[in-house]
Design a protein around this ligand. Structure first.
Ligand SMILES: *Cc1c(COP(=O)(O)O)cnc(C)c1O
Length: 410
């Protein structure tokens, strides 16, 4: 049985221990929601201040050249690339995950000859399904095929153009076999499209080793790029010439500043840009990525697994018989950076925890979710968080009416 003292001792020799200082964390809070909104990196606050006051404030429009604003989407993409096992020329930061999934799924359908089926699993992150529904609604020849979890292999046939899957499931934290599924999808003649929102920055993602074709992911979760940070997308080099961005905006043009009437896609990854990049947000994301410098993602992943294991062990010891049921894989090798438990009054329990300074989140209908961002969460935080959870459940303080009102954002 792990004691609090064991946690303190393990934290003292944690190879990622010093990385916590790269983040600005409020006192009195145990932040277990870095899987939803990553904590503020110290460097990001400084970089945004500089970009606002000096670049925008003093150098004005000259900054597009002088401070390299125009190349920022590619530079940020190039810095995300090593975190996801991609080449720097295969990733660009742009738009939101939703928009990027639209661009990539539409392009994949356009490039697979007569194949017109877009295949995905039900129960995944809503926007992924909503975007595919929108695509199918707009292009009547596209058929959206949604199967039960585990049903992808059986649903592959010669009409499937693209398969969209999350690498890590947002609710359970379950990790999919990216290499195995990418291989199966490719053998069936379709393209794989991976959503990395819950895996990049916490797992040792390796898109090219897995043989993945396409991917998109989130900048504001484990990457800590800030609220509404730009997302990114990946197109494997072998597909870059054939795939066309359906949102053929001027920033994806081969020569945007020629101002000609006809669209000509830029070669390579640049064609996946659409409109003018959000420089302040990209600046925050760029600086946030400094927090990953020099880190081995296998070490990051191992720590995420250890924190999750510790959390499960402690919850099952401290909170036994209190109505919690594990809703994540027990085996850390098949789990992302979060652990979820079901509780019939999950919303109220989480509100009570937040009021006590332990921040996780709630996912409908009954899941309380705890994210263990390995760059700034310590073992002692996990231990203390479970202690607070135990007190809340023992006293049933979550019954207080102030914890019952459901807010707009959960
Ligand atoms: C967070 C998340 C998104 C976010 O999409 P946005 O369009 O950037 O808001 C998409 N997919 C998954 C799986 C996510 O976890």
């Amino acid at each position: 049985m792990t004691t609090r003292q064991d946690c303190v001792e393990l934290d003292a020799v944690d190879p990622l221990g010093a990385v916590r200082e790269r983040f600005s964390l409020p006192d009195g809070v145990i932040y277990l929601d870095g899987n939803s909104l990553g904590a503020l990196p110290v460097a990001a606050a400084r970089a945004v201040d500089e970009a606002v006051r000096r670049q925008w404030g003093e150098d004005l429009i000259a900054s597009w050249n002088k401070h390299g604003w125009i190349g920022l989407p590619q530079r940020v993409g190039g810095r995300i690339a090593p975190l996801i096992g991609a080449g720097a020329d295969e990733v660009v930061a742009a738009d939101s995950v939703s928009v990027n999934l639209f661009k990539l799924a539409a392009a994949a359908v356009g490039a697979r000859g007569g194949r017109r089926v877009v295949l995905t699993e039900g129960g995944d992150f809503p926007t992924d399904l909503y975007i595919l529904q929108g695509l199918a609604g707009m292009m009547p020849e596209v058929e959206l095929r949604v199967v039960e979890p585990g049903g992808i292999e059986a649903a592959l046939d010669d009409r499937v153009a693209v398969v969209l899957l999350s690498h890590v499931h947002y609710r359970s934290g379950a990790v999919r076999d990216m290499a195995g599924l990418s291989t199966t999808i490719r053998a069936a003649g379709a393209l794989s499209l991976w959503d990395l929102s819950h895996s990049a920055g916490v797992l040792d993602v390796d898109l090219n080793r897995a043989g993945a074709d396409l991917a998109a992911g989130c900048g504001y979760k484990y990457l800590s790029g800030g609220p509404g940070a730009p997302a990114y997308l990946f197109v494997a080099r072998r597909h870059q010439a054939a795939l066309r961005n359906p949102l053929s905006g001027w920033m994806g043009h081969a020569r945007p500043f020629d101002f000609v009437d006809d669209y000509a896609p830029a070669p390579g990854i640049d064609r996946w840009l659409c409109g003018t990049p959000p420089i302040l947000s990209l600046t925050a994301l760029d600086a946030a990525l400094d927090a990953f410098s020099g880190l081995d993602m296998a070490v990051v992943r191992a720590k995420a697994g250890a924190l999750g294991d510790l959390f499960i062990e402690r919850v099952e010891a401290r909170c036994a018989g209190k109505g919690l049921a594990l809703a994540s894989p027990r085996d850390a090798t098949t789990r992302g950076g979060q652990v979820s438990f079901r509780h019939p009054q999950g919303w109220a329990v989480m509100q009570n925890l937040i009021a006590r300074g332990v921040i996780g989140d709630f996912r409908s209908p009954d899941v309380i979710r705890f994210g263990f961002a390995p760059l700034y969460v310590r073992r002692v935080d996990v231990w203390d968080a479970v202690e607070v959870l135990g007190e809340v459940l023992d006293a049933e303080s979550w019954r207080d009416p102030r914890y019952q009102t459901v807010a707009t954002v959960t």
